[in-house]
Structure formats: structure tokens, C-alpha cells
Design a protein around this ligand. Structure first.
Ligand code: PLP
Length: 282
């Protein structure tokens, strides 16, 4: 695999980042995951916009321009012959003597990109739907910033695995925030319910597109919090993320939703999303 690190394209064995990198020492970094379909990028503009917002909120210096970042993504796709999968990108505040205070101005940020091949559009999981448990949301308070502090979501995923299911939905003050690495939705009487944007959840790029497509298809969307009990009584549920697209959820904390198979709304939205994103990919 060829990866990108600070201006160079290298075989992964030769790529190096300093042990003093603040991403490594303080999780002082932000990231994005952009899907590749048919060798093209899905919603690159949306991911770039969120990346610049994340960097801005943390007062990080962008390592390059948006056009340069697009060119790096394309070069990585070309050099690896990637048809379908993901491009992961991470920006950190760079390497400096270990100090809680940010390093001096002029410290070069670190930029790393690599790809992972993955079949996304023809996913067997989407045919069956996934099962989730609920867990407390123990993350920090600025989940709208896409930082690399992923230890709690990682622990949440392990709690799900140990419980024999696929993922966990996090709950704060009695309300579902989101999944470990995705936004959460329920559908009742044809109405799609998902938590409103705020600092409590990541502003999903897939979420924005899916809600737009739902409204264009005359579906009703309510952006408000919901409880696990309301979710268990829903007709169907689903999650969205760049790497899962729209994925039906068929069970929450052991309670089967509806018929226990992917619902019509999630199935339709998945079809629309894949069709539209294939067309719009750059
Ligand atoms: N919420 C969290 C906590 C995530 O980590 C992610 C994606 O990684 C999402 C939501 C979905 O965001 P997106 O659709 O931009 O991939």
C-alpha cells in the first residue's frame, strides 16, 4: 500500500511520524474518512468543509489548501488503483517537546493519508440489518469536532462485541446521542426522527445528504432527541456514516423492531443515497 505523509507518497513500511507528534501524545488531531466508489470520492466537498471547521475550532493551522487536499486524495487513489473503499486522513498539530500548551506558531502540522479497500455498496450486512445495544455516552463535550480521541467509541464497540451484537448507541440524560461511529435514526408512522445538530453529536456528512434526499422524496423528518424506549417501539431504525452509508438496525437492547428485517424507509434511503452519490462522486 502506498500512503501519504507530509508531502511524500511512500510504501507504508517507509512512512514515519515522530514519537513527539501531538496526535500520538495528546490525541491533538482531527480526521476525516471519505468513501471511494468507482474510483471517485463521495461528497469530498462536505468532508473538506467539516475538516476546516474542526481545525478552526481547535485553532490548528491547515497543512494545505482544499484543492491540494483533493489532489492528494486523487493521487492516492491512482497510485493504489483503488476502486471501492475509504480514504482516511489525519491532521495533527505536529511534533514538539511534550507540553500541554500548544506548540509555538510555525510548528509544522502533520498530514497523513492512507486507504483501505472495502466493499461498501453491495454490503451483506445491509440485507440483514444490524443489532445494537445502548450504553452511557462517556465522551467529552465537543463531539461536533472530529478529533482522533476515539478511545470511548472503541470501548463501546467492544461492549457491543462482548454482548454479541454489532454496535452501540450512546445515551446521555436519557436520550440517544449517536452510534459509536455513526448517526442514529428511528422511523415511526413514516416519520424519520434523528437528533438535532449540536455539540453532543458529530455533524455527519452522510446525515446531511440523507436528510436532504428524504425531504426531496416527500418524507417527513423530525430533528429531535429520542429515548431507547421510543426507539424500541419504532417501526424501523437505521444508522448513517460515510463507511456504512444507510444501514438498517433491526434490534435495540434485545427488542426486535417491526418484523426484525430492514424496513422500507431505510432500504429506500440506502438505494437513493448510493444512486445519487455514484452520480455526484468526484
Ligand atoms: N458520528 C460519529 C461519532 C462518527 O464517528 C461518525 C463517522 O465516523 C458519524 C457520526 C458519521 O459521520 P459521516 O456521515 O460524516 O461519516
Amino acid at each position: 500500500r502506498i500512503v501519504y505523509v507530509n508531502g511524500e507518497y511512500l510504501p507504508e513500511e517507509e512512512a514515519k511520524v515522530s514519537v513527539f507528534d501531538r496526535g500520538f501524545l495528546f490525541a491533538d488531531g482531527v480526521y476525516e474518512v471519505t468513501t471511494v466508489l468507482g474510483g471517485k470520492l463521495v461528497d469530498f466537498a462536505g468532508h473538506a468543509k467539516r475538516l476546516w471547521r474542526s481545525m478552526g475550532e481547535l485553532e490548528m493551522t491547515p497543512p494545505c489548501t482544499e484543492e491540494e487536499l483533493l489532489a492528494i486524495h486523487r493521487e492516492l487513489i491512482a497510485r493504489n488503483g483503488l476502486e471501492e473503499g475509504m480514504i482516511y486522513l489525519q491532521v495533527t498539530r505536529g511534533a514538539a517537546d511534550r507540553d500541554f500548551a500548544f506548540p509555538p506558531e510555525g510548528t509544522a502540522p502533520t498530514l497523513v493519508l492512507f486507504h483501505q479497500e472495502k466493499v461498501i455498496a453491495e454490503s451483506p450486512a445491509a440485507e440483514k440489518g444490524i443489532r445494537v445495544i445502548s450504553i452511557p455516552d462517556a465522551r467529552w463535550g465537543r463531539r461536533d469536532i472530529k478529533t482522533v480521541q476515539l478511545l470511548y467509541p472503541s470501548m463501546g464497540k467492544m461492549m457491543a462485541k462482548k454482548a454479541g451484537v454489532d454496535d452501540a448507541w450512546m445515551v446521555e440524560e436519557g436520550m440517544v446521542t449517536e452510534g459509536t461511529s455513526n448517526n442514529a435514526y428511528i422511523v415511526k408512522g413514516g416519520v424519520i426522527v434523528t437528533r438535532q445538530l449540536g455539540t453532543e453529536i458529530l455533524h455527519g456528512i452522510t446525515r446531511a445528504a440523507v436528510l436532504r434526499f428524504a425531504r426531496e422524496a416527500q418524507m417527513t423528518v423530525e430533528e429531535r432527541p429520542f429515548t431507547v424506549q421510543e426507539a424500541q417501539a419504532a417501526d424501523e431504525a437505521f444508522i448513517t456514516s460515510a463507511s456504512a452509508f444507510v444501514m438498517p438496525v433491526v434490534e435495540i437492547d434485545g427488542a426486535r423492531l417491526g418484523t426484525g428485517t430492514p424496513g422500507p424507509v431505510a432500504t429506500r434511503l440506502r438505494e437513493i443515497y448510493i444512486e445519487e452519490m455514484r452520480k455526484a462522486a468526484v
